[in-house]
Write a protein that binds this ligand. Structure first.
Ligand SMILES: [Zn+2]
Length: 197
C-alpha cells in the first residue's frame, strides 16, 4: 500500500531506525487516537518554527543565545568543540566543564562526501578570531572514531597559532565510540586527563 509505504519511509529516514522499527512506528500511529497524531504534527511544526541555532555556539536554542552561552558564570576563554548538540548534554552531566561549546553539526566524512565546508568550521575560526576575550584553550571533543579523529586533526591544523592550547579528550574514551554513549565517569576522566595536540 502506497500510503503506508510513504509513512514507513518517513521513519526510515531517522538515524538508527531499521525496516522493522519503521514498521512498528507506522502501526503505532495507525492505531493511535487521532489527537495523538495531531499532537505529533503540532510538536514537529512548533519545534521547526521555534528552535534555531544559538548565534554563538550553534547549539539548538529558542533564544538568540542558548542557556549555556547566556550564563555569565561560564568561562568563555575555554571552548569545547563537539560534533552534535546532543554531545553537550553528555558533557554537561559530568559537571566538570565550566567553559562554553561549539557545535560542528557533523564530522568530516569522505564516504558521505562531507568536508569541513559542510560543518560549522568557518564559524568556529571566525568566533576564535573575533572573540572579545582571549581564548586560552580549545578542547576537541569529537567522537573517538575515525571520522571524529580526522576532524580533530583538521581542526588542530587550522587552529594552531590562533589559540594557546589545543587539546583532545584523554584516556579512557573507548575507541570507535560515540560521545553521548560514553558514561559520565569515563567522560569526567577524559575531560580531566585531556592531552595537548
Ligand atoms: Zn550557545
Amino acid at each position: 500500500m502506497k500510503t503506508l509505504e510513504n509513512l514507513k519511509n518517513c521513519f526510515r529516514k531517522l538515524q538508527g531506525v531499521g525496516p522493522r522499527q519503521a514498521e512498528r512506528f507506522t502501526l503505532h500511529y495507525l492505531r493511535a487516537p487521532e489527537a495523538e497524531v495531531a499532537a505529533l504534527i503540532e510538536a514537529l511544526l512548533e519545534a521547526r518554527k521555534n528552535v534555531k541555532y544559538c548565534t554563538e555556539c550553534f547549539n539548538y536554542s529558542e533564544a538568540d543565545l542558548c542557556p549555556i552561552c547566556a550564563d555569565k558564570s561560564r568561562d568563555k576563554s575555554i571552548l569545547c568543540v563537539v560534533q552534535e548538540a546532543k554531545d553537550i548534554e553528555a558533557l554537561e552531566k559530568t559537571k566538570v566543564f565550566k567553559g562554553v561549546y561549539h557545535v560542528l553539526h557533523g564530522a568530516v566524512s569522505p564516504l558521505e562526501g562531507k568536508n569541513i565546508d559542510n560543518l560549522k568550521v568557518r564559524e568556529l575560526l571566525e568566533r576564535v578570531q573575533n572573540s572579545p576575550i582571549e581564548i586560552k584553550e580549545i578542547i576537541l571533543a569529537t567522537n573517538p572514531d575515525s571520522e571524529g579523529e580526522m576532524t580533530a586533526l583538521y581542526l588542530a591544523d587550522l587552529l594552531r597559532g590562533l589559540v594557546g592550547k589545543i587539546s583532545r579528550l584523554g584516556y579512557g574514551v573507548p575507541l570507535g565510540a560515540q560521545l553521548d554513549y560514553i558514561d559520565e565517569m569515563t567522560l569526567t576522566h577524559s575531560l580531566k586527563g585531556r592531552t595537548d595536540l
